[in-house]
Design a protein around this ligand. Structure first.
Ligand code: PMP
Length: 293
């Protein structure tokens, strides 16, 4: 084991990342038959762990599987993983697949799920991304009709993130039947007449946990943020656009398809929401997670 090598969790055992292995017959490898979660960890405290485990259980239920351990045992394993990796700021990754079985599309009769977890240091979001904003491109939504399941089959997302990168952009925003739905790895908010809108839950949108935090903060602080559809035409004329995700929190998109968004600078509502979000994170750093959430 290399000095300082992270420890991974594989089916109940903690071991050095380089020794953590699963079979090539694992259905995750063969069919992308599995689901995942990414949990941000601040000063050793996983943020919204309860919500992540609930979403994992929901994704599993939707693919005909159960959470492989009771919720409390799952949470315990995540805490143990973080502790063994010396906590701090990191991101916990959980992947559950249907397990190892001879290759055959339909579900095997007797199979044990594979549960893998890793904990890796986070790369801080570059200050200029928040100060100046990032670029995004809009792309046709070539994904399947169950994007609410956090499935490990991310090929369309990978391809469009690459397309964005090749155009010097950070994110690709999916367009489906004339509507903007979400980013390749983020949820979408756009501001019109001073009010932010994020597309509602549905089969084309992942119910993002960061997005829920933003909606909650907005409700607590009476900020003008709500759920609502965003048409492609509206998006092109938005005053502000933001994307949210567990690892990048909230980022302002200031260029969309090579055109400036609004003034071309991060907008005032973005600043207000980001300040509220950061205050919440600071509280987590100082006091840990605020109860079961
Ligand atoms: N939508 C997609 C497609 C994503 O991959 C992600 C990030 N995993 C999100 C939204 C944001 O979700 P969360 O805030 O829970 O990280």
């Amino acid at each position: 084991m290399a000095e300082g090598e992270p420890l991974a969790y594989v089916n109940g055992t903690f071991l050095p990342l380089s020794e953590a292995k699963v079979s090539i017959l694992d259905r995750g490898f063969q069919f992308a038959d599995g689901v995942y979660e990414v949990i941000p960890v601040y000063a050793g405290s996983p943020f919204r762990l309860g919500a992540h485990i609930r979403r994992l259980a929901r994704s599993l239920g939707d693919i005909g599987m159960d959470l492989p351990m009771a919720t409390a045992a799952f949470a315990e394993a995540v805490y143990e993983l973080i502790k063994r990796n010396e906590g701090g700021d990191c991101q916990a990754y959980i992947q559950v697949t249907r397990g190892e079985a001879p290759r055959n599309h339909s579900f095997p009769e007797a199979v044990h799920p594979t549960v893998v977890m890793t904990c890796t240091p986070v790369t801080p979001v570059p200050g200029e991304w928040v100060r100046d904003g990032v670029a995004a491109i809009s792309v046709e939504d070539i994904r399947w009709a169950r994007c609410d399941i956090k499935a490990i089959s991310l090929l369309p997302n990978v391809m469009m993130r690459q397309k964005a990168a090749e155009q010097g952009a950070y994110e690709a925003i999916w367009m489906h039947e004339g509507r903007a739905v979400e980013g390749a790895a983020s949820n979408l908010f756009a501001v019109f007449d001073g009010e932010a809108r994020t597309p509602p839950d549905g089969p084309r949108v992942l119910p993002g946990i960061t997005r829920d935090v933003v909606l909650e903060l907005a409700a607590d602080e009476a900020l003008p943020v709500r759920t609502g559809e965003i048409t492609a035409d509206e998006l092109a004329a938005a005053e502000e656009v933001w994307v949210t995700s567990s690892t990048k929190e909230i980022l302002p998109v200031t260029r969309l398809d090579q055109q400036p968004v609004g003034s071309g600078r991060p907008g005032p509502l973005f600043r207000t929401v980001l300040d509220a979000y950061r205050a919440r994170i600071q509280a987590i750093r100082e006091h840990g997670e605020e109860g079961p959430s």
